[in-house]
Design a protein around this ligand. Structure first.
Ligand SMILES: [Zn+2]
Ligand SMILES: [Zn+2]
Length: 512
C-alpha cells in the first residue's frame, strides 16, 4: 500500500481532528516509514512548508527525518519551528544532538538552551552550569542567546543567577518582557517589578506582563493602578483578560465591572474572565445573565461554564452545580475530558455538604456516561535545582522513606495545631487499608513539600507546581505548615499562584 503525497495530506488533514493514537493505530509501521520517506522527499525538493504540514499532523517516531526537517527549518530561517520540532522529537540519538549543534553559532545555542529548558534533566543541568561558568562568552553573542539562557535559569528556578545575568545585559527592553512574565510566574513579583522599573518606555507586552504578574500574585490594586497608567491605545485582548483576572483573584468586582463595561469588543475570552470574576464573588445570577447575553450572538464557551461550576463548588451550591453540569453535557457532548473535570467538581460539591451517597452516585454516572479521568494529578518541585515529580501515593523517589516520615511528622504538628483532615476532598472510594488521613497525606503536593523539608539547607522559599487545582485540604494544611515551620511556600496550581506566608495566610484569600 503506497500512497502518493496528496493522499497522505488528505488523510492526515482528516485525521488531524482525531486523537493521534488513532492515527498510529491506523497506520502500520510500514506506512509510517512511507510517511518518513514522503517527508524526506518533500525536504529534498525544498518543499519545506508541506513537509512541516505532514510533521504537524503526525507524531512520527522516525527521529532522523524529524531532525532533517528541523535542520531544514533552520536553513529557512524558521527558528521557532526548528526548536519545536527538535524538542518534540522523541528518542533523540546522540548523533541528532551532534547534527544540530555542530558549530555553536547563535542559532544552535538558542536551540540547545530551549531544548535544555524543556528537558530539565541532569544533562540539561550540567549544560546550564557549564555555560554559567563562561558567561562572558555568552555576552558576546546576540540578545536572543542571552534571553534563551535566562529562560533555562528560570526553568531551573536559579533566580539569583538569572538576576545577575539580567543586570549585565546590554539591551534590556524587548528581552525583559519574557523575563518579567517568567519572574512573575515563579512568584517573584518584587523582582519582576525591579526589572519593570529598569525599562524606559515599556511596550504593550511589558505592561501586560507586569499586570499579569501582579494579578497572579494576588496584588489586584497594584494591577489596576498600572492598568490605569498604561496608554489606552495599546490595550489589547490579553491586557483585558489579565486585568480582569487580577481583579477577580483579588475580589475587586467594582473595578472589574467598570473596566469590562468600557471594553469595546468583548471577545469570548474577555467575557469568560468577567464570568469568572462574578462567579468568584458568588454573583451567580449576574454571571448566568452575562453568559445568556453572550450566547445571543456567539456560540457557547466551555470555560465560562467551568468558571461557574468551580465557584458553585466553593459556594457548596450543588443545585446550581447540577444545573450547570447538565447544561454543559447538552452543549459540549464531545468535550469528554472537560466534562470529567466538571463531574469531579460536582462530586466535590456533594461531598462538601456531606451528601456522600450522591457523590458516589455522581461518580458512577460519570464513569458510565463520560468515562474515566485520564489526567493524573502531578506536582513538581526542584529543591536542588533538579526537577522532581510526584503523583499521589508516590514511592518512586529514592528518599521515599524519609519523605513519608516527614509527612507523618508534619501531620502530627498539623493535628496538634487544630488541623482536621477534611474528607470532603476525597473523590474516590476509601480502600480497607486506608483512612481519611492516609489518603490526604499522600497527596502529591504534600509529598513535594515534605521533600523540601528534608533538604539541608531548606530553601528560603519552598516552591512547587501542580498540574491540577490544589485541593482544599492541602490548601489549609499548607497555610498552617508555612506558619508552624516559618517558611514561605509558593504553589502554582492549574489556576493561579498561592503564596502561603509565615503568618499562615494565602494570597488567594481562599479563592482557589
Ligand atoms: Zn490535596
Ligand atoms: Zn491559596
Amino acid at each position: 500500500m503506497i500512497f502518493n503525497r496528496s493522499v497522505y495530506l488528505i488523510i492526515f488533514r482528516r485525521f488531524a481532528v482525531i486523537h493521534h493514537t488513532n492515527i498510529l493505530a491506523f497506520f502500520t509501521s510500514s506506512v509510517l516509514i512511507n510517511l518518513g520517506e514522503s517527508m524526506k522527499k518533500l525536504i529534498d525538493k525544498q518543499k519545506y512548508q508541506e513537509a512541516l504540514d505532514l510533521f504537524n499532523h503526525n507524531s512520527t517516531s522516525i527521529s532522523d527525518v524529524a531532525i532533517s526537517l528541523a535542520l531544514k527549518a533552520l536553513t529557512c530561517g524558521d527558528e521557532d519551528n526548528a526548536c519545536r520540532i527538535f524538542c518534540e522529537t522523541k528518542n533523540k540519538t546522540p548523533s541528532a544532538y551532534g547534527v544540530m549543534f555542530k558549530e555553536p553559532d547563535s542559532t544552535n545555542l538558542v536551540m540547545l538552551f530551549n531544548a535544555c529548558a524543556q528537558l530539565r534533566n541532569e544533562r540539561a543541568l550540567k549544560i546550564k552550569n557549564s555555560f554559567l561558568n563562561q558567561m562572558s562568552k555568552l555576552f558576546n553573542s546576540t540578545n536572543h542567546v542571552v534571553n534563551s539562557f535566562l529562560n533555562i535559569l528560570i526553568k531551573f528556578r536559579d533566580i539569583s543567577s538569572a538576576e545577575n545575568v539580567f543586570v549585565q545585559m546590554k539591551t534590556k527592553e524587548i528581552i525583559t518582557c519574557g523575563i518579567i512574565m517568567q519572574e512573575g510566574k515563579v512568584g517573584y513579583v518584587g523582582k519582576a517589578l525591579n526589572i519593570f522599573d529598569h525599562v524606559e518606555k515599556p511596550n504593550k507586552m511589558i505592561y501586560t506582563a507586569m499586570i499579569n504578574s501582579f494579578g497572579l500574585n494576588g496584588m489586584g490594586h497594584e494591577a489596576v493602578d498600572l492598568y490605569r497608567r498604561m496608554p489606552i491605545d495599546i490595550h489589547d485582548e490579553v491586557t483585558y483578560i489579565c486585568i480582569l483576572n487580577a481583579c477577580s483573584h483579588s475580589g475587586l468586582i467594582d473595578k472589574a465591572h467598570s473596566i469590562y463595561n468600557n471594553i469595546k469588543v468583548k471577545t469570548e475570552r474577555i467575557t469568560t474572565a468577567m464570568v469568572d470574576c462574578m462567579s468568584r464573588m458568588f454573583m451567580f445570577d449576574e454571571a448566568q445573565q452575562l453568559i445568556d447575553n453572550f450566547e445571543l450572538s456567539h456560540p457557547p464557551g466551555f470555560a465560562m461554564y467551568m468558571a461557574l461550576l468551580s465557584s458553585a463548588r466553593n459556594h457548596r451550591n450543588f443545585i446550581l452545580s447540577e444545573k450547570v453540569l447538565d447544561r454543559m453535557k447538552k452543549l459540549f457532548p464531545k468535550n469528554k475530558q472537560g466534562l470529567i473535570a466538571g463531574s469531579v467538581l460536582l462530586c466535590n460539591t456533594y461531598s462538601s455538604v456531606g451528601e456522600d451517597e450522591q457523590a458516589k452516585e455522581a461518580r458512577l454516572k460519570q464513569l458510565h456516561q463520560i468515562g474515566k479521568n485520564k489526567i493524573v494529578g502531578i506536582t513538581w518541585t526542584a529543591p536542588k535545582g533538579e526537577v522532581v515529580r510526584f503523583k499521589a501515593h508516590d514511592n518512586s523517589h529514592p528518599q521515599s522513606k524519609e519523605i513519608y516520615v516527614e509527612v507523618a511528622r508534619m501531620s502530627v504538628e498539623l493535628k496538634e495545631n487544630g488541623h482536621q483532615y477534611d474528607s470532603r476532598w476525597i473523590t474516590r472510594e476509601i480502600n480497607d487499608d486506608e483512612n481519611i488521613e492516609s489518603i490526604l497525606c499522600s497527596h502529591s503536593e504534600k509529598l513535594a513539600i515534605a521533600l523540601n523539608f528534608i533538604q539541608q539547607p531548606i530553601q528560603n522559599v519552598i516552591q512547587v507546581t501542580k498540574n491540577l487545582r490544589i485541593c482544599g485540604d492541602c490548601h489549609s494544611a499548607i497555610e498552617l505548615i508555612a506558619k508552624l515551620r516559618q517558611r514561605p511556600i509558593i504553589i502554582r496550581d492549574a489556576n493561579r499562584f498561592h503564596h502561603f506566608d509565615t503568618s499562615g495566610q494565602c494570597s488567594c484569600q481562599e479563592h482557589f
